[in-house]
Design a protein around this ligand. Structure first.
Ligand code: BGC
Length: 412
């Protein structure tokens, strides 16, 4: 039975600035990726040169049949020094958003996607109470320059990931967060105090969480007061958190720490962005790893596309907001498994919609094979392959398949 999605349902793909643009020199990760033992497999470097090749990528997206494009504007480019807002960077993003619209695509713009200006991270990043005001000031300036063109805005991408990485460290190392040794070298290179260096992906998430929540609230207000017309929300990393018998208490404690406090903080927003890749199972003694014969993705996660059904229902229930799937996808070299994963995820999404969950769109991660943070360029999340020596793009069968779903608004 073909499954048709609601009229006006948005279909898109996503990227994030640092993962695709290249040359993000004023950012914290540009420095961090170059320090031995920082945990990064390789530096992002030129990435997919999307900073220059976006016109080509947008035309490709339109040709494939998609109707929306989620991407981020890079704070480190827009405010490379505290208080200095680069008119050239803002003009670049204005041209880019205009090109998104000219290609008939709905721009879904994220204001913070893991990277930050070096000056911000050197001074405590999100662990510094001033971070919320700093973020709101940037949002306000960027929205004044770009807001009239933005259809949907996401303040911060997955603020709960900072807590998740800290919690995982506590669970695996059995001790509270301490700065890794590489921070001393980073601080030596950028002239700061190692105790203050706090990049989003490796800071004390327990300290950062309330600041991130405050930053979302202040960022939301700043975007609105600067005249951003479209809906504003936050995106959250949501796993399908499951319990084996006896694991319920641990599952619920993990849910409160990693997800629920953030879901509570977005009640009243215009939408909530759901980003789901897999499930996490808890038993009486903690996390239960996937069965030995379970299929795993290149990230080591269990192949579990059913998770999306559960997370959109939870997000809608917990927030009362309309839901927007702002990321869902799989790291794999086997494109047939990408199609199988996405098909199963969309079946679950359709079932949730059929039962009354208000879901406005589905954005697949990712448009391009890109820089997967600590893992470097090895994992392949893209619908479109990128030859990084020539920057040539090659749409995979999954790009045509999902583009057809988008064009027909129907899953056959
Ligand atoms: C992030 C992306 C990342 C993707 C795949 C999400 O958590 O927002 O930046 O590439 O997951 O791991």
């Amino acid at each position: 039975m073909p499954m048709t999605f609601p009229e006006g349902f948005l279909w898109g793909t996503a990227t994030a600035a640092h993962q695709v643009e290249g040359g993000n020199r004023a950012s914290d990760l540009w420095l961090m990726e170059r320090v031995p033992d920082s945990g990064f497999a390789e530096p992002a470097g030129d990435a997919c040169d999307h900073y220059h090749l976006y016109p080509h990528d947008l035309a490709l997206l339109r040709g494939l049949g998609f109707g929306a494009y989620r991407f981020s504007v890079e704070w480190a480019r827009i405010e490379p020094e505290e208080g200095f807002f680069s008119g050239a960077a803002l003009d670049h993003y204005r041209r880019m958003i205009a090109a998104v619209l000219a290609n008939g695509l709905v721009p879904v713009v994220t204001f913070h996607h893991f990277t930050a200006p070096l000056w911000f991270t050197r001074d405590g990043g999100w662990t510094e109470p001033k971070s919320a005001d700093r973020f709101a000031r940037y949002c306000e300036r960027a929205a004044r320059a770009l807001g009239d063109l933005i259809s949907f805005a996401c303040t911060i991408n997955e603020p709960n990931i900072a807590v998740m990485t800290s919690a995982m460290r506590v669970a695996t190392e059995g001790r509270a967060w301490t700065p890794p040794d590489s921070f001393a070298e980073i601080a030596r290179r950028c002239g700061g105090d190692p105790a203050r260096w706090a990049p989003f992906l490796a800071c004390d998430g327990y300290v950062a969480a309330p600041n991130l929540i405050a930053a979302h609230r202040k960022g939301y207000e700043a975007l609105k007061s600067a005249g951003l017309a479209g809906p504003v929300g936050m995106t959250l990393a949501l796993h399908d958190l499951q319990a084996e018998p006896g694991g319920e208490l641990l599952r619920d404690a993990a849910a409160q720490l990693l997800e629920d406090q953030f879901l509570e903080s977005v009640r009243g927003d215009d939408f909530v962005g759901v980003q789901t890749y897999t499930r996490i199972v808890f038993g009486p003694r903690g996390h239960v790893p996937p069965a030995a014969d379970a299929e795993r993705t290149q990230m080591g996660y269990e192949f579990y596309p059913q998770a999306l059904d559960a997370t959109v229902r939870k997000a809608a229930r917990a927030t009362g907001c309309p839901v927007f799937v702002t990321e869902n996808g799989i790291g794999t070299e086997d494109d047939a498994r990408r199609i199988a994963y996405t098909r199963r995820a969309l079946e679950g999404l359709h079932a949730a919609i059929a039962e009354g969950v208000d879901v406005r769109g589905y954005i697949h991660w990712s448009l391009l094979d890109n820089y997967e943070w600590l893992e470097g360029y090895r994992p392949k999340f893209g619908l479109v392959a990128v030859d990084r020596s020539t920057q040539a793009r090659r749409p995979k069968p999954s790009a045509h398949w999902l583009g057809n779903v988008a064009r027909s608004n129907t899953l056959d």
